[in-house]
Design a protein around this ligand. Structure first.
Ligand code: TYD
Ligand code: MG
Length: 456
């Protein structure tokens, strides 16, 4: 008899341990480690739950790379150009894609819209474990979606789902959500690490074996009461996140992992009364600024995958009443902010030790790029000196620890995008100075932080 193996897994970062610990040594989160009982492994040579072959669904056979048949993988569109962009050009048949996000982000809405339009061209199956069929039907009707082709199923048992899918032969399938799915051979409750991991692994194998693209919905909860998408990121092909607070209209779709394309693509959607709508020109919405010039506000160009995006950075520097002043960054990295404040002190001669510092990227965008550095520093200086920067100025560049301004990729394209939106001046790293002059734009290249401070 094969004994089931017990492991301990952090629900936040997915690290595995052989015994229980109070704190995860990898991500330092407290009380996130829970027991994970792996399913009994089949005896060697036996078929695991009716599947032959290995985890990727291929028959075990040694081949060289050039003899592997590639022709049968044409991607198909998910119905939204922004969605396709994040996936790297569309859905690959037989892939397992995880869509994560907080409850209420709009995952079910996005997938229902995508599936209803996909169902008109291919067999599609939508499995709902959270909402009743009536609820989904009501939503589809309200959104005015074509409802006569999409097949619906309300089920939470993974074995039953696969059984029905073999009969229905869909080309694409949605599982909403992975956290309510369960497998009979695992004892723990739905939503626990064991269930979520095994269900996802089983469904991924099913996807490969039967060439069905499977979209798995995964909730991200802050308190970690549900096993989050992190614990199953290793077994799926793509992991994308739908982000955006429920009180803001805009949602961004971002790739975290993609076995078929780049991960730094960003798709932008707006949540409207009639579902999610694509935003074709995101720069325009993130830049809705007031006419008046305000201190502490700068505009920068971030490079998201294959396109530039103009965003506004706001900073507020205010005298602190506390002994330990606050440093808050929304949409930017908190550690990076602390580092930039130190650079500003050392190489810009500006002491902000007794000041509270708040930084915000407007529109709920998250900037992970280092090109934010220069724009952020200049926003801080502008707020501290209470001196507004010109409306038509755009800034980007990385700042090094010795106060040097480093170049960032795609400088020319960033400047072109800014020029398209009517910006007349730019402060950029010296090495990012364009080779050809950009029409109606004055570009100032800076080598050191002190140069940039002199310019403004
Ligand atoms: P939903 O797709 O149910 O979220 P998730 O599956 O990620 O938990 O979307 C929920 C939110 O979207 C809900 O709070 C209301 C909002 N919403 C709209 O604003 N307009 C709409 O047309 C729909 C369908 C939802
Ligand atoms: Mg939902």
């Amino acid at each position: 008899m094969v004994k089931s193996k017990t492991a301990y897994v952090c629900t936040d970062c997915g690290s595995e341990y052989s015994r229980w610990l109070g704190q995860c040594t990898d991500c330092k989160a407290w009380n996130t480690i829970s027991e994970f009982r792996q399913a009994k492994l089949p005896s060697r040579g036996g078929n695991f739950a009716g599947f032959a072959g290995n985890a990727a669904g291929n028959e075990a056979k040694v081949q060289t790379l050039d003899t592997i048949d590639l022709a049968d993988l044409p991607r198909f569109s998910a119905g939204f150009a922004e969605f396709d962009r994040v996936l790297g050009g569309g859905i690959v048949p037989g892939s397992a894609i995880l869509i994560g996000g907080e409850p209420g982000a709009g995952k079910s809405t996005l997938l229902l819209q995508a599936m209803c339009s996909l169902a008109t061209t291919m067999p599609a199956l939508y499995i709902t474990g959270e909402e009743s069929l009536q609820q989904v039907a009501m939503r589809a009707k309200r959104l005015g979606l074509p409802t006569d082709q999409l097949k619906m199923l309300s089920e939470t048992s993974v074995e039953n789902i696969c059984h029905i899918a073999i009969k229905e032969q869909p080309k694409i399938m949605v599982i909403d959500s992975i956290q309510v799915m369960h497998m009979s051979e695992i004892q723990s409750a739905p939503g626990s690490v064991s269930q979520v991991r095994e269900s996802a692994a089983y469904l991924t194998r099913f996807a490969k074996q039967h060439h069905v693209a499977i979209l798995l919905v995964g909730h991200v909860t802050k308190d970690g009461s549900l096993a989050g998408p992190k614990v199953l990121e290793h077994c799926i092909d793509c992991s994308i996140m739908l982000e955006g607070s429920t009180d803001s209209r805009y949602r961004t779709l971002r790739g975290n992992k993609n076995r078929f394309g780049a991960v730094n693509e960003l798709g932008v959607f707006a949540m409207t009364g009639s579902g999610l709508k694509e935003v074709k020109n995101p720069s325009a919405i993130f830049l809705t600024r007031s006419e008046e010039q305000t201190p502490g506000s700068t505009v920068m160009v971030v490079w998201e995958g294959t396109r530039p995006l103009l965003v506004e950075i706001q900073a507020l520097v205010d005298h602190s009443a506390l002994g330990n002043p606050r440093r808050v960054a929304v949409g930017a990295d908190q550690n990076r902010l602390s580092m930039l404040l130190a650079i500003l002190h050392r190489h810009g001669g500006l002491q902000l030790n007794d000041q509270d510092v708040f930084v915000n990227v407007v529109g709920g965008v998250k900037v992970t790029e280092t090109s934010i550095d220069l724009a952020l520093i200049l926003a801080l200086v502008s707020s501290f000196k209470d001196n507004a920067l010109p409306q038509d100025l755009v800034i980007f560049g990385e700042v090094g620890l010795s106060g040097e301004i480093r170049p960032v990729p795609s400088g020319q394209e960033r400047l072109n995008e800014a020029a398209k939106h009517g910006f007349k001046r730019a402060i950029v790293p010296y090495n990012n100075m364009p080779k050809q002059k950009i029409a109606e734009m004055e570009v100032i290249g800076v080598k050191k932080l002190s140069d940039a401070l002199d310019v403004i």
